[in-house]
Write a protein that binds this ligand. Structure first.
Ligand SMILES: Nc1nc2c(ncn2[C@@H]2O[C@H](COP(=O)(O)OP(=O)(O)OP(=O)(O)O)[C@@H](O)[C@H]2O)c(=O)[nH]1
Ligand SMILES: [Mg+2]
Length: 249
């Protein structure tokens, strides 16, 4: 594994002018998402100074689906019923063309039993290096299926990122597939995850019911536009809605 520079002591600042970002609501901003690049290895990722938000979590937790739901583009990130669908770090740009003001990173999931041991180790190393050394990383969204709760691998990841979270890296746990839980199960899952999140944010989310979509979009906007966070009251620029994608029954 190649060596990487140490983590920066503070999160990067948004590079685009605040007034460019203020033209849309968080949801309208999400809908500007477009594919940027894909990389199998860390050193293939372009160095950027734009705030980046990484989606991490167990295989099949719903990371790619969450990105597609937030951006309202059903085939932006590859989602699949088969675990292990995402095998590269895929980057998506947000903001108007030419004024990218944030990047979403869809990462391969971990904990998928059918992956060969060497591939697992290689991938864990790539991901740990990414999380520790990606300089423009501003926030981490950990996707967790509340029916399984946080697993041992999630705990290891939390340990890896803890120093950066203590230095100001934003952190959110999304409890996915909330449509599979009753209201009381949702409330219980939320309180358990809040205890495990150590003061970090936790939100329920369902791609099927579009639950939590606005809240997550708002939070990611706030993370990447600290100075312009109030601008979300401005009129929305929303593209037409797409057909829903096939979700787990
Ligand atoms: N019912 C329901 N199914 C969902 C939801 N989100 C994702 N799914 C389904 O869960 C499966 C896995 O979704 P993905 O988005 O591919 O999961 P992933 O975390 O990207 O998986 P890897 O790329 O393997 O790490 C797919 O069949 C999705 O349709 C949800 O909110 N509700
Ligand atoms: Mg995926």
């Amino acid at each position: 594994m190649t060596a990487h520079s140490p983590a920066p002591s503070s999160a990067p600042k948004p590079s685009a002018p605040a007034q460019a970002a203020s033209a849309v609501t968080p949801m309208g901003w999400m809908h500007t998402a477009r594919f940027l690049t894909t990389a199998a290895q860390l050193h293939h990722l372009p160095a950027m100074d734009t705030p980046e938000i990484a989606f991490v979590g167990r295989s099949n937790a719903g990371k790619s689906t969450c990105i597609n739901t937030l951006t309202q583009k059903k085939q932006l990130a590859f989602a699949s019923k088969k675990p292990g669908r995402t095998q590269h770090i895929n980057l998506f740009a947000l903001g108007k063309q030419g004024v990218t003001d944030a990047v979403l990173a869809d990462l391969p999931g971990y904990g998928y039993a059918a992956v060969a041991k060497m591939d697992k180790l290689r991938w864990q190393q790539v991901m740990a290096n990414y999380l520790v050394s990606r300089e423009n990383l501003t926030g981490i969204v950990m996707m967790c299926d509340p029916r399984h709760g946080l697993t041992e691998l999630d705990d290891i990841l939390l340990e890896v990122i803890r120093p950066r979270v203590e230095q100001g890296l934003k952190f959110l746990i999304i409890l996915t597939k909330a449509d599979k839980l009753t209201r009381s199960e949702q409330a219980k899952a939320l309180s358990i995850a809040r205890l495990q999140a150590g003061g970090g944010e936790v939100k329920l989310f369902s791609a099927l019911k579009k639950q939590g979509v606005d809240e997550v979009a708002q939070l990611l906007w706030d993370w990447t536009h600290p100075a312009g966070a109030a601008a979300s009251a401005a009129p929305a620029a929303e593209p037409p809605e797409e057909e829903p994608e096939a979700l787990d029954e």
